[in-house]
Design a protein around this ligand. Structure first.
Ligand SMILES: C[S@@+](CC[C@H](N)C(=O)[O-])C[C@H]1O[C@@H](n2cnc3c(N)ncnc32)[C@H](O)[C@@H]1O
Length: 221
C-alpha cells in the first residue's frame, strides 16, 4: 500500500531529506501557532472516545500531539512515505498512535470510521485529481456529520506573500501548488461534497499564506 506512485511529492518536496523536515517546518511555518489552532478546533469537534484520522501525517508531530492532548481518542495516522513513518514511530509518544502506511487517494480504512479527519500540509503535495481523490476518501471514512480540518497554503493576498509562495512552488512543484496560489481549495472541498466550508485563519509565514479550514461531511437525511 505504501509504494509511492509517479508524481508523489515527499515531505520536503524535491530537495533535502525527510530527516530535515521537522527543523524546516519549525523554522518556516509558525508551527506552534498553526498546529495549536488546528488541534484546538479539531479536538473541540471530536467526541469522547472518538476516532481521528490524520492523513499525510508525515513525521507524526501533529498526530502525537493530538494523542497526548486527548488520550481518550483513537488516533490513526496515514502516510505514503515509509521513511516519514519510520521517523514518526521513533518519536516519544508514538505508541499512542496507530500508524498506517497508505495513500490519501485510497485510505486503508473502512467507511464511516472517523469522527474527524485532518490534512495538515498534505493537499499542496497532490495535483488536481489527487486532491479530488483525497477529499472523496476523507468523506468516505468520515461518519455522517463528521468534520474535516485542513491546514494548507492559500492565495497570497499581497506581493510579498506571493514571492514567498513562489519559493515553495519551486521546491514542491507547480502541479500541486497551483490551485493553492489561486485560492481554490475551499472549492475543491465543496466539490467533494462537504458543507459548511469555513476559513478560520490566514497566517503570514516564510513560505506564504497558511490557511486553516474546516468543513462538515453531511449527515444523511
Ligand atoms: C509537508 S508533509 C506534511 C506532514 C504533516 N502532516 C505535517 O503537518 O507536518 C506532506 C506529507 O504528505 C505525504 N504525502 C504526499 N502525498 C501523499 C499521498 N498521496 N498519500 C499519502 N501521503 C502523502 C508525504 O509523504 C508527507 O509526509
Amino acid at each position: 500500500v505504501n509504494a509511492r506512485p509517479a508524481g508523489y511529492v515527499p515531505a520536503t518536496g524535491r530537495v533535502g531529506s525527510v530527516a530535515a523536515y521537522d527543523r524546516i517546518i519549525a523554522a518556516t511555518t509558525r508551527e506552534r501557532r498553526f498546529r495549536g489552532d488546528l488541534a484546538a478546533r479539531l479536538l473541540a469537534a471530536a467526541p469522547s472516545g472518538g476516532t481521528v484520522v490524520d492523513v499525510g501525517a508525515g513525521t507524526g508531530t501533529f498526530a502525537i500531539a493530538l494523542a497526548r492532548m486527548r488520550p481518550d481518542l483513537r488516533v490513526l495516522a496515514v502516510d505514503g512515505d515509509p521513511d516519514a513513518l519510520a521517523i514518526a514511530r521513533a518519536k516519544s509518544g508514538a505508541a499512542a498512535v496507530d500508524w498506517r502506511p497508505g495513500l490519501a487517494g485510497g485510505l486503508p480504512l473502512e467507511d464511516g470510521v472517523a469522527d474527524v479527519v485532518s490534512m495538515s500540509l498534505l493537499l499542496h503535495h497532490l495535483d488536481g485529481p489527487g486532491k479530488h481523490a483525497a477529499l472523496a476518501e476523507a468523506g468516505r471514512v468520515l461518519r455522517p456529520g463528521g468534520t474535516l480540518h485542513i491546514a494548507d497554503w492559500g492565495r497570497a493576498g499581497d506581493p510579498a506573500m506571493r514571492v514567498a509562495f513562489l519559493v515553495l512552488q519551486l521546491v514542491d512543484g507547480f502541479a500541486g501548488t497551483r490551485d493553492h496560489a489561486r485560492g481554490r481549495i475551499p472549492q475543491f472541498v465543496r466539490t467533494a461534497g462537504f458543507t459548511d466550508v469555513v476559513r478560520h485563519e490566514r497566517l503570514r509565514t516564510v513560505f506564504g499564506r497558511l490557511e486553516l479550514l474546516s468543513a462538515r461531511w453531511p449527515a444523511v437525511a
